[in-house]
Design a protein around this ligand. Sequence first.
Ligand code: SF4
Length: 338
Amino acid sequence: MLSTLNCVEKYFRVTGKEVEEAAKVINVFPFRCTEYYASLADRTNSEDPIKKTVFPSIKELQNHLPDDPLEEESQSPIPGLTHKYPDRILIVATNYCPVLCRFCMRKRNWKKQPFVITKEQIDEMADYIKTTGVRDVLISGGEPLTIPDEILEYLILKLKEINTVDIVRIGSRLPVVDPELITEKKLKILEKGEKVWLNTHFNHPAEITKASQYTIKKFLEAGIPVNNQTVLLKGINDDEKILYKLFSALQRIKVRPYYLFRCDPVNGVFHFATTIEKGLKIMKNLKKKLSPLALPYYAVDTPKGKAILFPEGAKYRKCKTGYLFQIGNSQIYIPQSP
Ligand code: SF4
């Protein structure tokens, strides 16, 4: 596990200036990466996408946006549970991740004391779910598949017992950043849950390796459907050819690409955002080349929910400093990319 900048040169092509700047950044937003994920980087490429995903950039200190613009915490009836949509809830099971992706929309949690959901919290959440009739539960983090197996099993079986719950989605990037950490025991627990789906998060074709492919196969063999969400990231994957390669490769390994998100206007993250128009243009061109099964929805997340954008007739309008989206009866402002 890499958590200091001491041996980053072994994996990434970095200049002395970049390391110096990164040292300032990690006082605010720490650095952590698995050796597996770092080993995917091309050491000869200073613009390598894996490097850009994990290596701290001084740009992270250059915007001063809200930490939680999607208002997950203010829409939280009990700590660790966000209820934004009538039929769905989000459970944040931990704030620990073995790889700290620089574009993480929950970067605010990196600064908090390490936490893992407890059995008491799970009981309280289960009672809440029963009273609200929620049918779709997303377990995210941090990295939810790093929580102790005993707690994971307790959570999964608790949700299995609730009649209204039809689906339990695990939002995990572990198959991407360290597939070997998905043990047979974890897979057995998830299989026992019966309602479990995996929502994983590949952003670039370089992340699809033999090891990640093998792990995905294990999920599928356990009867767990696998979907993928990607974030559109400036300098990493904001290119039609890269995304074509990514979505085709995902389909080849039986992973359904279901969302392409615009990067959220989060503090320390927004330098990765592209313009909305750039995403629409990429989608328009991909639509000509990929079948709908390989084509995700392009979406912008807002405090009131997701706005799905279609290349023809997107429901938003430009204003002086950003965009105005109509979500139900509300008009939501989203800033322009820097
Ligand atoms: S794995 Fe997910 S939660 Fe963890 S740092 Fe990356 S994007 Fe954030």
